[in-house]
Design a protein around this ligand. Structure first.
Ligand code: FAD
Length: 460
């Protein structure tokens, strides 16, 4: 009998150290040196004699923004599920992040507000609070410290196929074009990945793409804060979707390294851009918890940064019937979601966990990695379900609605409502939205029965 998605998810989100790795590959090549690429390289380092990461950007040695990741100035929360995998791949990751300036919070330093009402804390799940370049740079340094991993600065332009497998990558820089030989290739080039085109050019099937329009606008400001660890280090305030999309649909704040606050305001649809720091501060002061106004009153560190994402999208590799051996894809190249739910980096970490599971299972590498894609699917489906079911509740989103949507969204709303006031429901709900457990855990009869009682004011 096939393993259920919930069981696969549970196995991939283990916190067990990675053991029993065996070198089964000569040279592995990873395309893209961002979060998903570095994590895949970390896993491959235990199974390949050498790992080469092909990245078009010259990678900085410290926490700096870069061209290849234009979204990296926006708020990035590393969810609990992703954080656990990072500890697994890089023991002591949280401690190192703290020593280098991140704020490592307990659940008590985080607040969430639903329509202005402060939600009960889950009491369990903390965060690493930092900028995205900080977390990426720490992952990068830990990966590149591995003796058999190196970076090549150039652009990947296509794949070389021989028989039923990938055997190389076409690369180019300003002066030259050449082929990098590979025994295994991982595409981690992000949401604009060209892998589907490269497959088609090699007479392979291209994966179907699923899309859901979201039309989200992010505006982020960074402001000076008092030195030291603040009592409240991260907060998110969101509004129930309404017919007139509000100027602030979600506002999130996080204390970041070097004594700064990073505040992001997100809204939907065709709205006027936020015009400068004065309007940004006014929006933080109006209708938001007091911490937003206080944080935005500090000295601004640079200009406001904006980012728009038109859609969530996923490429369904798991449905392909004809796929070359020795090739997989990970991270946003497979699925990227509405960023407001903060799932991307944790998804990438769980894809790396699936790669580790696959390679440790002694696969026949001359066969397509269908088993890998089946495991990855459990992660993609879970994140897609959380992100799209919340987006489908917005009046400006017109589907596509999955079968049984009305009933399932009514059930989930019971849990969401109960999680505002009931700690045990909050633990279960957050552990799903923080990508620690599979969404099916929310529809257990005992969880639902408790939520119904809470929402009707009955004793639990
Ligand atoms: C506005 C915004 C906010 C977000 N907030 C969060 C959050 O709070 N929490 C969270 O977990 N996630 C968040 N995400 C998602 C997160 O950024 C990604 O999921 C995560 O970075 C994993 O991405 P990736 O490594 O797959 O791809 P990317 O980060 O996009 O990296 C792709 C890499 O490939 C390189 N590349 C591309 N093409 C080529 C080529 N042909 N040759 C060589 N190199 C190439 C690029 O230069 C880049 O380095 C957010 C995303 C956005 C857009």
């Amino acid at each position: 009998m096939p393993e259920s998605a919930a069981r696969v998810f549970a196995r991939l989100s283990t916190d067990e150290p990675i053991a029993d790795t065996e070198t089964v590959l000569g040279r592995a090549v990873v395309l893209g040196g961002s979060i998903a690429g570095m994590l895949a390289a970390r896993v491959l380092s235990g199974h390949a004699e050498s790992v080469v990461i092909i990245e078009r950007d010259e990678l900085p040695s410290s926490a700096q923004r870069r061209r290849g990741t234009p979204h990296d100035g926006q708020l990035h929360t590393l969810m609990h599920g992703g954080r656990m995998q990072l500890e697994r791949f890089f023991p002591g990751f949280g401690q190192q992040a703290r020593a280098e300036g991140a704020i490592v919070t307990s659940a008590m330093n985080i607040r969430a507000y639903a329509d202005g009402v402060q939600k009960v804390s889950d009491g369990k799940m903390g965060l690493i609070s930092s900028s995205r370049p900080f977390v990426e740079s720490l992952i990068r340094r830990r990966t590149l410290d591995l003796p058999n991993v190196k970076v090549l600065t150039c652009r990947a332009k296509g794949l070389v196929f021989e028989g039923d497998a990938v055997t190389g990558v076409r690369c180019a820089d300003e002066n030259d074009e050449w082929i990098e030989d590979a025994d295994f290739v991982v595409d981690a080039t992000g949401r604009a990945s060209k892998l589907s085109d490269w497959l088609e050019a090699g007479d392979w099937q291209r994966p179907a793409m699923r899309r859901m329009a979201i039309d989200i606008n992010y505006t982020t400001g960074i402001f000076a804060r008092e030195p030291g660890d603040p009592a409240l280090a991260a907060a998110i305030a969101y509004r129930t979707p309404s017919t007139a999309p509000p100027r602030v649909a979600t506002a999130a704040i996080t204390a970041i390294e070097r004594d700064r606050w990073l505040i992001t305001i997100a809204n939907y649809g065709r709205q006027e851009p936020i015009k400068g720091v004065d309007e940004f501060r006014a929006l933080c002061a109006a209708d938001q918890p007091p911490i937003y106004r206080e944080a935005a009153s500090g000295e601004p560190a640079g200009e406001l940064l904006t980012y728009r994402q038109a859609e969530s999208r996923r490429r369904d590799f798991h449905l392909l019937k004809r796929f070359p051996a020795r090739l997989i894809a990970v991270g946003d190249a497979v699925a990227s979601f509405n960023p407001v739910y903060g799932q991307g980096m944790s998804s990438a970490a769980l894809h790396a966990s699936a790669l580790s599971d696959y390679l440790r299972s002694g696969p026949d590498l001359d066969e397509p990695a269908y088993r890998f894609f089946a495991m990855q699917r459990a992660v993609v489906d879970a994140a897609w379900q959380i992100s799209t079911s919340a987006d489908l509740a917005r009046p400006d989103v017109n589907g596509p609605y999955p079968r049984g949507y009305r009933f399932s969204s009514w059930l989930i709303n019971q849990i969401v409502d109960a999680s505002v006031v009931d700690q045990r429901t909050a633990v279960r709900f957050n552990s799903v939205t923080y990508m620690r457990t599979h969404p099916s855990t929310l529809v257990k009869p005992s969880t639902l029965a408790r939520a119904f009682r809470v929402n009707r004011g009955k004793p639990v």
